[in-house]
Design a protein around this ligand. Structure first.
Ligand code: TXA
Ligand code: MG
Length: 317
């Protein structure tokens, strides 16, 4: 049985095993940060390469300064405003933080999730957990306990915390040497929300990821069925599916149409679950997603474009 209750979940983490953990963004594959072998299990289970750093998750009584050698004023304010919540802050790590977590980089990503089950478990464990999204490397992140069970074929213990409310991974930000805050991965905490905290301190917010975060590969978040992101057409014709199939070197797919919700918050919440359901709906499916390219200029759609552009096998524009 992969689904476990609170006490068993705590025993799993205590014993240095990995656990499917609900968070408000997506489900994580968690392990305690103070045991190398537990961290190794994350990489083994996900088949994740070691160059992709992990995010450390804290509970409310934990202090980010215990894990970092520098915690700038702006981080203090950002944490005050957005923690617990979907914001990851990248800061210079203490030596005691394993290099496995940071992929050998000097900085570590920290966040305090707002999901009550995650907070309670980390607090009871007494040690932060490292948790990447609980999916095989490069695949779509899970937003329900059942997704995690299916992803690892029942081999990983999962605690059910319902559907993730945000539905996409946290915003990842880092203060650069020239005192600007860089958005390394856009999320539901938008640029303008960050600016409200940063501007009074004279700190500019830079999005557009001059240098993408490590692990932010060109292809990522990919469901099992190929995805076409269509920025040109509003409906799908037979001749068009033929063209897409030729381009993608695939044949006779059963094409599923995915129309995103007009509200970006709801679109984000549903997206990964919809991609999973459609890829699993028939063995030979392909997914077509039409999207108005003008939305790309709207800040609240940035996170959705960011994920879809990586999930897509082909972008029709
Ligand atoms: O919402 C989330 O952030 C979820 C939940 C489980 O908390 N976690 C998540 O983890 O999305 P993961 O491993 O799938 O993505 C972590 C990404 C890395 O691929 C990298 O892009 C960025 O966060 N990251 C983590 N540590 C970093 C570091 N030290 N420097 C730069 N980027 C970092
Ligand atoms: Mg991930």
């Amino acid at each position: 049985m992969a689904l476990v209750g609170f006490e068993d979940a705590l025993s799993v983490l205590t014993a240095g095993e990995v656990l499917g953990l609900p968070t408000e963004t997506v489900y994580g594959l968690a392990a305690r940060i103070d045991r190398e072998e537990a961290l190794h299990k994350i990489f083994q289970t996900k088949q994740r390469p070691f160059f992709d750093p992990l995010i450390v998750h804290l509970s409310e009584s934990m202090n980010p300064k215990d894990f970092t050698i520098e915690w700038p004023e702006v981080y203090q304010r950002l944490a005050q405003e957005f923690w617990p919540g979907p914001l990851t802050l990248i800061a210079l790590k203490k030596q005691s933080v394993s290099d496995l977590i940071t992929a050998g980089l000097p900085r570590v990503g920290l966040r305090m999730p707002s999901h009550p089950v995650a907070l309670k478990l980390i607090s009871a464990l007494g040690v932060p957990v490292a948790a990447p999204s609980a999916n095989m490397f490069g695949k779509t992140s899970p937003t329900k306990a059942i997704h995690v069970e299916e992803e690892f074929m029942g081999k990983v213990s999962v605690i059910d915390g319902g559907s993730s409310e945000v539905g996409l991974e946290s915003s990842v930000v880092g203060l650069s040497a020239d005192n600007t805050l860089e958005i390394l991965r856009p999320g539901i905490i938008s640029r303008s929300q960050l600016e409200k905290v940063c501007s009074p301190l004279g700190i500019k917010v830079f999005s557009g990821t001059s240098q993408a975060a490590p692990g932010q590969l060109k292809t990522h978040y990919q469901p099992n069925a190929p995805v076409v992101l269509d920025l040109k057409s509003k409906s799908l014709s037979m001749s068009q599916t033929k063209e897409f199939e030729e381009r993608l070197k695939i044949k006779n797919k059963s094409w599923k149409e995915l129309y995103l919700n007009d509200n970006p918050t709801l679109a984000a919440r549903e997206l990964y679950s919809q991609l999973r359901d459609l890829s699993n709906s028939s063995e030979n499916s392909a997914i077509w997603i039409p999207l108005d390219p003008r939305l790309k200029d709207k800040p609240e759609w940035e996170m959705i474009f960011n994920r879809l552009e990586r999930a897509a096998s082909f972008i029709f524009s």
